[in-house]
Design a protein around this ligand. Sequence first.
Ligand SMILES: *Cc1c(COP(=O)(O)O)cnc(C)c1O
Length: 388
Amino acid sequence: MSTSAQSQNPIAVPLIDLQAQRRRIGGEIDNAIQRVLDHGRYIMGPEVGELEESMSVFTGARNVISCSSGTDALLMALMAKGIGKGDAVFMPAFTFTATAEVVAVLGGTPVFVDVLEDTFNIDPISLEKAIPFAIESSLRPTAIICVDLFGQPADYQRITRIARTHDLFMIADAAQSFGGKLNGKRVGTFGEVTTTSFFPAKPFGCYGDGGAVLTDDDELAERLRSIRAHGKGNDKYDIVRIGVNGRLDTLQAAILLTKLAIFEDELGARQACAGIYHDRLSGIAQTPTLIKGASSAWAQYTIILKNRDVVRKRLGKAGISTAIYYPRPMSSQTAYRNFPVAPGGVPVAERLCRSVLSLPMHPYLEREVQEYVCEEVINSVSAVDLEN
Ligand SMILES: *Cc1c(COP(=O)(O)O)cnc(C)c1O
């Protein structure tokens, strides 16, 4: 069986389309780049401070410290809290490698916690079991890294309560959720520290690597600024702590400033796409659920399917790009297999790794193209169901 679209040369539908955004604001971005080339202040030029100020206004976070990547944002946040040997840092097993990597790099111990099937975010019950388990394993429970997977803020009300009870420092890894909201507040103020990424494919991406740390804590912000610049004190050659080279390029700041002007509009377009997916696909696959009061930045639109791999292959033949975020829980990755896992394991994360599929999602996805994607998903799922 083949649909008419399959028998013709199928149209190619990419997962994300960065060129579509360039068609809209490419000229303005090129001008912003040219301005940096003209003033030549490539390191910590004026655009860096302007971006930090604008992101502070956008999110409501008092301090924004831009940096070299989302990974370095996490690293710097942990360094600012002195996290290292003997410290247990709790995090979901269903996340991107960077979340765990930074803890291990500093000699700390990532402790993997299960996630919730409907929101993909950290499971508070699994977290509560992991804390006494870490203590029994002679670790010091120190911090939680909450990940806002695929764009939806984690359940910060519940997680914050647990964090306070156990005196845990809370980091929100908002690499995928920048622009999202919870109870009317923007992502950026939920953790004691929030980190984000400007990797090109993220909702708020630049033309290379970049990231930021956001915090309301002025003292922590000052430490972060020092860590970003090799641990400098008041004077550049007075080194008061161990730091890194963690700066964001002026060129990237200029690009991001231009993009911030249309970001809200893009978030609306992502929201509209998510709405169409939800309407068309809810009956045929498990579509994402939002917690009460949450609005997602829709970094990904991820559905859960029984016969994921077969469906994915059929979509590929129809020219539709999809992705599997993530094929393996962190706790089963070769390099991380020996780190502790919450009692009871991470069965939900394991199940999700076998059944999730991320569909094309970006603010410039045209309506007809999206209808084609939906139709092909529905056809593929029905065809596979018939075969089984
Ligand atoms: C992308 C991502 C990061 C890392 O960001 P980079 O800018 O690529 O270093 C960290 N955490 C999560 C959840 C991510 O999706």
